[in-house]
Design a protein around this ligand. Structure first.
Ligand SMILES: Cc1ncc(COP(=O)(O)O)c(C=O)c1O
Length: 461
């Protein structure tokens, strides 16, 4: 028999369960009390207050038996741990980058890289900066430019590579700001724009422009394996290649990368910066010692490095990726059948509800994305996250209250939830969709200066 296929099919798990974790659906009264207590910010909920947690796919993966076994061979030596050697070998084998600097997570890697390369008066282009990437660029006084093509902002287009960069705009920017662009970043997949992939063809063009302008190209490679899956599926001539072969084609185009191993490293904590530049690697390690720790552990327990070495390779298994992307598609098909509007096509790590079509009666000032995330929690104790005016609407956005995309992300943790869980999520979202006209807006009652979505407070209006 062949694996199941076609719209709405159940994604077939290429694993079975060895350990379970109890979860419980809080009552309606408990959910209401939790919302009040949390200041209507879902980041403030406790795990006991959440039934299905789709807040993030970052650091929430279930590790495999092989990864747990790897944890047991942790060699907690301060300097020269053998786990670091395994980790370094795994990253080199996958990426071909010679210099690997471990860090405790993606933003720590970004801190190391941007504090060395970004300066006031410089600009860092990206297809679309993720919130922490953008925060590190701004923190170092540089400007963060998003150069994704127009398709990235078209929520109904089914274009296959909506993460692509607009190469003409990149060329223009590099010409206009000659000498003021320390690096170009490409985020794989484009998380802020719906987990949409970048094609190998686009990366090749971007790399060519970078080379012509002598500006290094770095990848934000958090979800590179998911990106490679889409390349294999959608790009002419790629279907016969393995994920690792496609990965090498991607990495060969870049000077280096930052990685949050909490995504396609299938671990709960970890990351790194990788580079081909030996001088930069030296300076990164100096920074590392100040902020993270010695270069053979980088702010991590050595057992975590061992688990990452295993997880990075597991994430390239095609059966795993079929299931992973299959889960996203399963949820998408259920929502689509009920007419729920979401950013198309479904991305690699979740569904992004299109808030402007979901709640057209709310104005931007009524923070409709936050209102929708609250309502989905209220309905089913499903935790999601706003990716819109709250996350990105601060002083740096041209029109802070009206970002180009207003979304609510349902991020699916890797190897954690079953198809029944996802069917339950679909039912909760559909229930809110059916009573959408009655959903009220919210206002912000407290906001910090940076990354405000994490700690802001809200109240219904
Ligand atoms: C595209 C992207 N870059 C960087 C990061 C930051 O990684 P971390 O959460 O490990 O600091 C994330 C995390 O969600 C991300 O999605």
């Amino acid at each position: 028999m062949d694996p199941p296929a076609g719209p709405g099919h159940l994604p077939l798990e290429p694993f079975k369960t060895k350990v379970v974790e109890r979860i419980r659906l809080p009552s309606r009264e408990e959910r209401e009390a939790a919302l009040q207590r949390a200041g209507f910010n879902l980041f403030n909920l406790t795990s006991e207050e959440v039934f299905i947690d789709l807040l993030t796919d970052s650091g929430t993966a279930a590790m495999s038996d092989r990864q747990w076994a790897a944890m047991m061979v942790g060699d907690e030596t301060y300097a020269g741990s053998r786990n670091y050697a395994h980790f370094e070998a795994a990253v080199r084998e996958l990426t071909g980058f010679p210099h690997i600097v471990p860090a405790h997570q993606g933003r720590a890697a970004e801190n190391l890289l941007f504090s060395l390369l970004a300066r006031p008066g410089t600009t860092v282009p990206n297809n679309m900066h993720f919130d922490t990437t953008r925060a590190h660029v701004l923190r170092n006084g540089a400007r963060a430019a998003n150069l994704a093509g127009a398709e990235a902002y078209d929520v109904v287009s089914d274009a296959p590579f909506k993460g692509n960069m607009d190469v003409a705009r990149l060329e223009e920017l590099l010409t206009a700001e000659r000498g003021k662009v320390p690096l170009v970043m490409m985020t794989l997949t484009n998380n802020t724009g719906g987990g949409q992939p970048v094609s190998l063809a686009n990366l090749t063009e971007v790399a060519g422009v970078c080379r012509a302008h002598q500006v290094p190209l770095y990848l934000d490679m958090c979800r590179w394996a998911e990106n490679a899956y889409f390349v294999r599926e959608r790009e002419p001539g790629q279907s016969g290649r393995t994920i690792r072969e496609i990965g090498r084609s991607i990495f060969d185009l870049a000077e280096g990368a930052t990685m949050s191993a909490k995504k396609d490293g299938l671990v709960n904590i970890g990351g790194f910066v990788a580079t081909r530049d030996p001088g930069l690697a030296e300076r990164l390690r100096e920074q590392l010692i100040v902020f993270e720790g010695f270069p053979t552990y980088g702010g991590l327990a050595r057992r975590d490095l061992e688990a990452t070495a295993v997880g990075l390779l597991e994430a390239t298994d095609l059966d795993y990726l079929e299931h992973r992307i299959g889960q996203v598609r399963f949820l998408a098909d259920r929502l689509a059948a009920a007419g729920v509007p979401f950013l198309r096509p479904p991305g690699g790590h979740g569904i992004y509800l299109d808030v402007r079509r979901f709640l057209p009666h709310l104005t931007s000032a009524q923070l409709p994305g936050q209102a929708l995330a609250i309502e989905i929690y209220r309905e089913g104790a499903v935790r999601t996250v706003e990716v819109g005016a709250v996350m990105f609407g601060d002083g740096e956005t041209p029109d802070p209250m009206h970002p180009p995309l207003e979304l609510v992300r349902l991020a699916i943790p890797r190897r954690v939830y079953s198809a029944s869980h996802l069917a339950y999520v679909a039912d909760a979202v559909i229930a809110v969709w059916q009573r959408r006209a009655a959903v009220r807006g919210v206002r912000m009652t407290y906001a910090p200066e940076h990354l405000r979505h994490f700690t802001a407070h809200f109240a219904p209006v």
